[in-house]
Design a protein around this ligand. Structure first.
Ligand SMILES: Cc1cc2nc3c(=O)[nH]c(=O)nc-3n(C[C@H](O)[C@H](O)[C@H](O)COP(=O)(O)O)c2cc1C
Length: 519
């Protein structure tokens, strides 16, 4: 034994390296068949895979220019990071954008802007920006709800996000008065940290699922009774990144905790079918909405990405005829994010937000239904100027998913589908999520929301209004062609927004249905 240790101790360091390289070369040439490059270029071939794996980060840090990257460019990400940290989020020397570029947005400022005088809610609190409509008011639900913030966390499940990320978001929305949409994975303990919650379910019915994988109204009732933080319920029909795409949650990922939260069996594969079992026609969808609203007393809405219009036509006809319908509608854009989706879906199925929303809003307007519904928009809208455009087109609130992720540290590594998120946000790895300081990150999310509200209000005041619900299609211009290049939204999309019944900020502030209060 001593002889062996002596011998090994006497081997020079360079011989260890040569032996290691030789072993790698033998493996590459003789023992593996899966990588041609490694076989044909032993040892050095590995460099290719390594460089490819760090390519996105290298491009992001060194190569891409400020406005080049997608989904979010460096300036957009930088604005969110600085806003979340309450750092200087200004730009020096003027814009670096080509303001003559196609689709560039302009907000028309007033000659003399809106002045916030003493006694106005925003004089005391420059961050107060509640939704101008009450969700569930038209349908006289037992528990109507006015979101205390116009920016809120969009559907993202515990499962696609880490426990630490969900908890940070929930504590963050509680501080900002916003709501937190659970996403499809059920209501987890991490969603119950003080924030208002919108409970969301899709075809897997996680958290409200019967033994045979169908929707259970009994479970829904119990869930709502036991959790007063739930303020509204959202039925997911589709999302922009993968409309009509089902999925499988592999048994290997179903821990005891996930099984309990989702109401499924430990270790067994679970299918989220492409379509719902609880309804397969528009009248049945309407019946389900009414049933859930009656049994729980909560407002009920739907979320969808937009493509064909025939079933929306049927829905609006039925709403008109019966006087019933969803309390809110979330329209997601084709540019929306996801934990994982095939590129064929993410890149091509469903319309971008502006086209999808404009089409649906016009349909509702033609049938006189806009005043009955709270419209929520999602699809890269978490920036004040983009939000101004969305409000001018008719939304009442926006939901943000990836912007919220970035506010708590996501670096847009785009590896949510691999469980290897380096920021600990979209992973179940205990090690990676241990890097998240929940209390600090919750402050960051809250601060991003507050900075957004403040800047959005400032843009609104510059346009001469008190609340962004007052924006009209004439207030925003967008570059559309090379002629006179820029046109107002009314000309581009062919409608004018139905005015929102807004009295004053004070009325919103004093509303008995205002959310954002401790439960
Ligand atoms: C990690 C992740 C998980 C998501 N999970 C869901 C989900 O469970 N249900 C859903 O309807 N949308 C889901 N989405 C879509 C978002 O809720 C949102 O509609 C979309 O990303 C657009 O918003 P954004 O541009 O602000 O990210 C998810 C998005 C991400 C990034």
């Amino acid at each position: 034994m001593e002889n062996i240790t002596d011998f090994l101790g006497n081997v020079p360091w360079w011989l260890w390296i040569v032996t290691f390289i030789l072993l790698v070369a033998i493996r590459d040439v003789f023992l593996q068949r899966s990588h041609t490059i490694n076989h044909n270029f032993p040892v050095v071939g590995h460099l290719r895979y390594w460089l490819e794996s760090i390519g996105p980060e290298m491009r992001q840090y060194f190569v891409a220019n400020n406005r080049e990257e997608l989904p979010f460019n460096r300036i957009e990400r930088g604005w969110i990071y600085a806003s979340a940290k309450k750092e200087n989020n200004y730009e020096g020397f003027g814009t670096d954008r080509d303001i003559y570029a196609h689709q560039h947005i302009f907000v028309k400022n007033a000659m003399i802007g809106y002045q916030v005088s003493e006694g106005h809610p925003n004089f005391e609190d420059p961050y107060f920006l509640a939704c101008a409509k009450v969700i569930g008011a038209y349908n006289k639900r037992k528990k109507p709800f006015r979101p205390a913030s116009v920016i809120n966390v969009s559907a993202m499940s515990f499962g696609s996000l880490s426990a630490a990320a969900v908890e940070a978001m929930n504590k963050g929305v509680a501080k900002a008065g916003a709501y937190h949409n659970t996403g499809e994975g059920g209501l987890s303990p991490y969603h119950k940290k003080g924030g208002d919650v919108v409970f969301h379910f899709g075809t897997g019915y996680f958290g409200v699922r019967s033994k045979d994988g169908n929707f259970s109204i009994e479970k829904m009732k119990i869930l709502v009774d036991e959790n007063p933080c739930i303020k509204a319920i959202e039925i997911k029909l589709s999302q922009g990144a993968k409309p009509g795409k089902g999925g499988v949650l592999p048994g290997s990922k179903i821990s005891r905790e996930i099984a309990e939260i989702r109401g499924v069996e430990i270790g067994k594969d679970v299918l989220s079918p492409a379509t719902h079992k609880a309804f397969d026609s528009i009248p049945e969808l309407l019946q389900l909405i009414e049933r859930i609203a009656d049994e729980t007393g909560l407002p009920v809405g739907i979320k969808a990405a937009i493509g064909k219009l025939d079933q929306w036509d049927e829905l609006t006809d039925l709403m008109k005829k019966t006087g019933k319908g969803p309390d809110f509608i979330t329209i997601d854009g084709g540019e929306g994010g996801t934990g994982a989706a095939p590129p064929s879906f993410a890149d091509h199925v469903s319309l971008p937000w502006v086209y999808g929303f404009a089409t649906i809003y016009k349909l509702f307007q033609d049938k006189g239904l806009c005043g009955r519904v709270v419209f929520i928009g999602s699809g890269k809208l978490g920036f004040p100027a983009k939000a101004a455009m969305a409000f001018a087109m008719g939304v009442d609130c926006i939901n943000v998913a990836r912007e919220a992720m970035m506010s708590i540290g996501c670096i847009q590594a785009q590896v949510c589908h691999t469980n290897r998120c380096p920021a600990g946000v979209a992973t179940q790895s205990k090690w990676l999520q241990a890097g998240i300081d929940v209390s600090l990150k919750s402050n960051r999310l809250a601060q991003y929301f507050k900075t957004f509200q403040k800047e959005f209000l400032e843009v609104t005041h510059a346009a001469g209004y008190q609340h962004p619900c007052q924006f009209t299609m004439n207030d925003i211009q967008v570059n559309v062609d090379d002629d006179y290049l820029s046109s107002d939204l009314k000309t581009v999309y062919g409608y004018e927004k139905t005015p929102v019944a807004f009295e004053s900020m004070k009325e919103l502030h004093d509303c008995i249905y205002l959310g954002g209060k401790p439960n």
